[in-house]
Design a protein around this ligand. Structure first.
Ligand code: GLU
Length: 512
């Protein structure tokens, strides 16, 4: 088995195309096949190397490695269509020689006028065949005189083209509705339908798995396979990925590219697992349904082991970001904290917490990670969960009317004063030392439960709500001990926080 993913480098990798890439990958990896990436960059106006690089980056980020492709090479290369122009030329010449193709001298204006006439008369807008009868000699003479024709494929008349799609079953087209397609444009560049056939044939692709938007191209391609003497591959057309309103997923629906989902803080394994579930189900039923089911949470290798085209559903799948978030939460919980720490760095920077952590800084973030990773949907929510570490703003806390209200009581103020005294000479707090200190404060003030811990929380984190103090307090004090070289912004320790807080409170209300 040889399969390929053939992106046109005209933008970022759309999640719908990423799903096509994934299904090809799963098929190849599940069956010991070969996975090829081919860059379809014959549209010189729209293709860019930047886009190719970003698609390659996104595919690698998703973990969809390939055996043959533009950067890794392989025995059937080159893998960029712009480097294969000589091949298309030579096969086009072969078709011309066999009379299966002809030169077309029609101008754009002429074709457009014919198209408008056809539409007005209610006929299908297909090529009228104007240049079909120009002989090879006449054509050569006109070329010698300086004209630049396109080359069209002569579609056989009155024939049905049939194929058995591995997803959709038998598909039939009549050739009467197919106008002779251009296979090489006047500028010498091959048209998609031609290049794709030459490439898939020469690269010995056995299964073409692609979006349903290409199904109407398939009969032309099958006719070209026949004319060139190649055996067509097995085709499988995947239903498109839709937005919530059941139109194809597009910018109007929000994020559509893999890069955008990465920037939002989804893990690649979550996006892969989720994309696999759009229109396919590991259980063989209920494909594409929404709502979480633990049995659908499978790592990529297991997905590959279970994947088969006959379980791909016919109906389009709706992209459901809530379900993606549910999958992501699972992977955040099981991911290595050190990896999550590394992946979180850009999100901290975006959130206004500049950092360049070294190994020790990353270790510190990793130790704090469980405070956040169990309760967020995405990595870009981690900085807010850990804001108590980096954003401790005494003046702002004390100027907040709600906080002032919470700290009004004598008992709250007594707890804070006791906290400051208790920590004044204490070592940095780990969990046990924090519990011991809390017990001392309890004994000194007679406060317990919420009346004890709420003022402590406000004084140490600057917030009325947040993660468990048993986790937050040791994280703060680990941060306070970091050297500058750790690359983490300075973090005030619990001792310093408590003493400044208590001083401010006493100063602001001297009656205590
Ligand atoms: N370059 C085409 C696309 O991106 C590939 C179509 C195909 O897989 O044949 O849509």
């Amino acid at each position: 088995m040889r399969v390929r993913f053939a992106p046109s480098p005209t933008g970022h990798l759309h999640v719908g195309n990423a799903r096509t890439a994934l299904f090809n990958w799963l098929l190849a990896r599940g069956q010991g096949g070969t996975y090829i990436v081919r860059i379809e960059d014959t549209d010189a106006d729209r293709s860019t190397r930047e886009s190719e690089a970003s698609i390659v980056t996104d595919l690698r980020w998703l973990g969809l490695d390939w055996d043959e492709g533009p950067d890794v090479g392989g025995p059937r290369g080159p893998y960029r269509q712009s480097e294969r122009l000589h091949l298309y030329q030579s096969y086009a010449t072969e078709l011309l020689n066999a009379g299966a193709a002809y030169h077309c001298f029609c101008t754009v204006a002429q074709l457009e006028a014919e198209r408008q006439d056809a539409l007005a008369a209610g006929r299908p807008a297909r090529y009228a065949g104007t240049c079909r009868r120009i002989t090879r000699e006449q054509a050569e003479a006109r070329i010698a005189a300086g004209e630049r024709p396109a080359i069209r494929f002569r579609v056989p008349e009155e024939r049905d083209v049939m194929f058995t799609d591995a997803v959709r079953g038998d598909v039939r087209f009549e050739t009467d509705v197919i106008g002779d397609p251009v296979i090489v444009r006047a500028d010498g560049h091959p048209a998609y339908n031609f290049a794709v056939v030459v490439d898939d044939a020469l690269m010995e692709v056995t299964h073409v798995v692609r979006g349903e938007d290409h199904i109407s191209n398939t009969p032309r391609q099958i006719l070209l396979y026949e004319a060139l003497g190649f055996t067509p591959p097995i085709f499988a057309h995947l239903a498109l990925v839709l937005g919530p309103d059941h139109s194809p997923l597009s910018k109007r629906h929000g994020a559509t590219s893999v890069a955008e989902f990465r920037a939002k803080g989804y893990l690649p394994e979550a996006l892969v697992n989720y994309l696999a579930l759009i229109g396919w189900s590991p259980r063989g039923s209920a494909a594409g349904r929404s709502g979480g089911d633990e049995t659908e949470l499978l790592p990529i290798d297991e997905l590959a082991r279970r994947f088969s085209l006959d379980r791909v559903g016919l109906s389009a799948g709706v992209f459901d970001e809530e379900k993606l978030a549910w999958v992501n939460r699972h992977y955040l919980k099981v991911a290595d904290p050190l990896r999550l720490a590394e992946l979180s760095v850009p999100h901290f920077i975006d959130a206004g917490v500049p950092m360049k952590p070294d190994a020790r800084g990353l270790e510190f973030l990793a130790a704090a990670m469980p405070i956040a990773s169990g309760s967020v949907d995405r990595l870009n929510q981690v900085p807010a969960r850990l804001a108590f570490l980096f954003e401790y703003d005494l003046a702002r806390t004390l100027s907040d009317a709600h906080m002032r209200e919470e700290l009004k009581s004598d008992s709250a103020r007594a707890v804070i004063a006791a906290l400051a005294e208790e920590l004044a000479s204490a070592a940095r707090l780990d969990r046990d030392r924090f519990r011991a200190a809390a017990n001392q404060i309890k004994a000194r003030t007679g406060q317990k439960g919420k009346a004890l811990f709420h003022p402590i929380r406000i004084a140490l984190t600057g917030r009325a709500e947040g993660p468990e103090l048993d986790l937050a307090v040791p994280a703060i004090d680990r941060g306070a001990d970091l050297p500058i070289s750790a690359g983490i912004p300075p973090i005030a320790g619990c001792r310093e926080r408590a003493s400044a807080f208590s001083e401010q409170i006493l100063a602001s209300q001297p009656k205590m």
